[in-house]
Ligand binder design. Structure first.
Ligand code: C5J
Length: 215
């Protein structure tokens, strides 16, 4: 079994029951003028995850392993957006890439560098967690281990990993393939996952996973 040098300890996975999850690498989070910037964030902070994630995707796809992407967003009529969420942020308002965080708009889609390949499922989710109000759990039938990447570390990545852990998935979060607008949250967010003996997952660098895939 491939075993990755991870924190708090080795992470073993069977490639035949492992999927790579790419969370919310959307223009609305990564480009100026989108949802992330509308909340006052410095979106350039997320860029550092793009190159390592693109490199991992190339290796992962070459190995024939499954990839699932997610996108956070809402129906054009906002019927799936709770009032409390709508009240905090610019969801549904016009921006340079269309209506912010609305399905079908240019800004809602995944950045060009990480565009899904043909056949890779894209799960649209109205919440922060990828299991809430989606068919992700059904899509993952036969999968036990999840390699988790995307943005943002302390919001959608954390929520999804906690949801996955509660459902019995073993999650490895790749430190260089997840991103936060806040360097402090990135550091602490990763520490929280691996603390207490790996309270809801493991953390590693993508190079250590790639080494195992290419072994
Ligand atoms: C946020 C996300 N931060 N994808 N969404 O609102 O982390």
């Amino acid at each position: 079994m491939p075993t990755v040098d991870a924190r708090p300890g080795p992470y073993s996975f069977d490639p035949s029951s492992t999927a790579l999850l790419v969370i919310d690498m959307q223009r609305d989070f990564l480009l100026p003028g989108g949802f992330g910037e509308s909340l006052g964030n410095d979106v350039s902070q997320l860029r550092r995850a793009v190159e390592p994630l693109a490199a991992l995707l190339a290796v992962w796809r070459a190995a024939g392993l499954p990839v699932i992407h997610t996108r956070e967003g809402h129906e054009p009529d906002l019927s799936d957006c709770p009032p409390a969420k709508l009240a905090r942020g610019a969801i549904g308002q016009d921006g340079p890439y269309g209506r912010i965080l609305i399905r079908g708009e240019y800004g809602h889609d995944i950045i060009d560098e990480l565009a899904p390949a043909d056949g890779e499922p894209v799960v649209d989710k109205p919440g922060k967690g990828a299991f809430y109000a989606t068919d992700l759990d059904d899509l993952l039938k036969g999968i036990r281990s999840l390699i988790v990447t995307g943005v943002t570390t302390e919001v959608c990545v954390h929520t999804t990993v906690r949801e996955a852990n509660d459902r019995g998935y073993e999650c490895l979060v790749l430190a260089d393939c997840v991103g936060s607008y806040f360097p402090e949250f990135q550091r602490v967010g990763l520490e929280m996952i691996a603390a207490q003996g790996g309270i809801f997952g493991w953390v590693a660098d993508s190079a250590d996973l790639i080494k195992e895939i290419q072994r």
